[in-house]
Ligand binder design. Structure first.
Ligand code: FAD
Length: 444
């Protein structure tokens, strides 16, 4: 396997493998994010293997950033100083059945954790489209799946142990108001060592896919369409006012009406599909109503394959659910410009939560996602136009994906923006965890 292919498949950096510190990097070993659209600007990389090593590194460095599984498309995880990779801090620490929690090290991937939990009879409430991402990297950016009643992945977090700038640890849980500013934190408050996630009884799920839903069906049936399963995703190429695929994920331990032969005009797929129809469905989790464990049905992509397309860029915008149809149609009006740059758009629903910097803070949201072809100039030109279309609806971007929204506009969409700013200052008085991403947003 070639180096780049290896890094992409495993998400591991060659630098991180067996290397505790690599102060002087050779040019050839510069490391990129998963998509390869960003080469990190760090001077050095640490990959601690124990809590004590992590605390030691944190104490020593002047400025830096925690690094999860490197799946963000923007500079949220970038640093010009020291990277602290969580790649080795990836173990399950304790199954606390009495309190319905599992304690894990923050770098564990959902795919690894899912299998472990399922074997012991447990599950977590939801997963993203891919299982390859780390628990704290995902929670820090409000990564989400779909489901009208499902909060994003951060809502499974019940407690975190944060290593602060001085190398000391602080435990934050739901009894502490600061907890609500510290989970979706963009890595701005410190490095999380361990996380407690809420667990529930394991469940099986099925996926049924329909093709060819007229977009107009969303106008009067939005709630029925998104309510047809535990988690529903719509995929569109924005051609002919058509939703190309409807993915309905249902738990087998919940009761639903039988799925009809025609779903608001869409017809059942006759084989497994990839959301980008030209791609092979071999990388996708099983469909056609075949039941399987939650951790192999809630994500669209399988752990052992490259998810999505591979060579791509991603953007995503969230609008309050009450504006969903108008916002979708506002984007539809740009379909001629969008289509040539796009692999596929996905529409998902996310339940409101209490995390200050969550994209779903206080409101049920609809996410409008774009998997772009890797045409950077074209994408950077179209993004301000998409953002302008969504501005009247309070549109805001995913914390880990590409956008050009100005800080003034963004701050307005977060009622707790100033509280988070204050908390950041209090938790990081020496600006150890600052980077250009936070500075450009005016959060420092
Ligand atoms: C193919 C693909 C599919 C995707 N699908 C989805 C999807 O379905 N839904 C969705 O919402 N997003 C999706 N994303 C985006 C992705 O989930 C986010 O970018 C997520 O943050 C990536 O997690 P990571 O572990 O790679 O974090 P990184 O990108 O490495 O880091 C993200 C942030 O987390 C911080 N961080 C990481 N670990 C810690 C820690 N231990 N303590 C403190 N801070 C920490 C970093 O400093 C940084 O600020 C997708 C991305 C890709 C590439």
């Amino acid at each position: 396997m070639k180096r780049n292919e290896f890094i992409k498949k495993t998400g591991l950096s060659l630098l991180a493998l067996g290397v505790f510190k690599w102060p002087a990097m050779a040019q050839a070993e510069l490391e990129s994010n998963w998509a390869g659209n960003l080469t990190y600007h760090r001077k050095e990389l640490f990959a601690p293997k124990t809590r004590a090593e992590l605390m030691d590194v944190v104490k020593k460095i002047k400025n830096g950033k925690a690094l999860g599984s490197k799946h963000s498309f923007n500079t949220v995880a970038d640093t010009t100083e020291s990277h602290i990779s969580l790649v080795y801090l990836n173990k399950v620490l304790e199954l606390d059945e009495k309190n319905g929690l599992v304690w894990v090290e923050s770098g564990i991937r959902y795919g690894t954790l899912g299998k472990w939990l399922d074997a012991r009879g447990y599950a977590i409430h939801n997963l993203a489209s891919l299982p390859h991402i780390s628990v704290m990297g995902a929670s820090s950016t409000a990564t989400h799946g779909s489901g009208d009643k499902n909060g994003n992945l951060s809502t499974a977090v019940a407690a975190i142990e944060l290593i602060k700038a001085d190398g000391t640890a602080v435990l934050l849980d739901e009894s502490n108001p600061k907890f609500y500013g510290a989970v979706v934190s963009l890595g701005a408050l410190g490095v999380v060592y361990k996380v407690a996630l809420k667990i529930q009884k394991r469940f099986d799920a099925t996926q049924h896919v329909y093709e060819g839903l007229p977009m107009s069906a969303l106008k009067d049936n939005f709630d029925k369409i998104f309510g047809a399963g535990y988690s529903v995703s719509l995929f569109t190429h924005w051609l002919d006012k058509n939703i190309n695929q409807v993915w309905i994920k249902r738990r087998t331990d919940q009761n639903y009406e039988a799925l009809p032969a025609k779903f608001f005009g869409a017809i059942p797929a006759t084989t497994n599909l990839h959301p980008i129809k030209a791609n092979s469905a071999v990388s996708c989790t099983d469909q056609m109503g075949v039941p399987g464990p939650w951790y192999e049905r809630l994500p669209h992509f399988k752990m052992e394959f490259t998810p999505s397309n591979g060579a791509e860029l991603q953007s995503e915008f969230f609008v309050p659910r009450k504006h969903a149809y108008q916002a979708i149609m506002a984007i539809e009006s740009m379909h001629k410009e969008i289509y040539p740059l796009l692999f596929v758009t996905e529409l998902r629903s996310i339940a409101a939560d209490k995390f200050w910097m969550s994209t779903a803070y206080g409101q049920d949201m609809i996410a409008i996602h774009f998997t772009w072809k890797p045409i950077k100039d074209g994408v950077m030109k179209i993004l301000p136009k998409i953002e302008a279309k969504l501005k009247p609806f309070g549109g805001k971007p995913h914390w880990g994906k590409i956008s050009t929204i100005k800080k003034e506009d963004l701050a307005k969409t977060y009622p707790k923006w100033n509280d988070f700013k204050q908390l950041r200052k209090e938790m990081d008085p020496t600006n150890k965890w600052t980077n250009d991403f936070l500075r450009n947003l005016g959060l420092v």
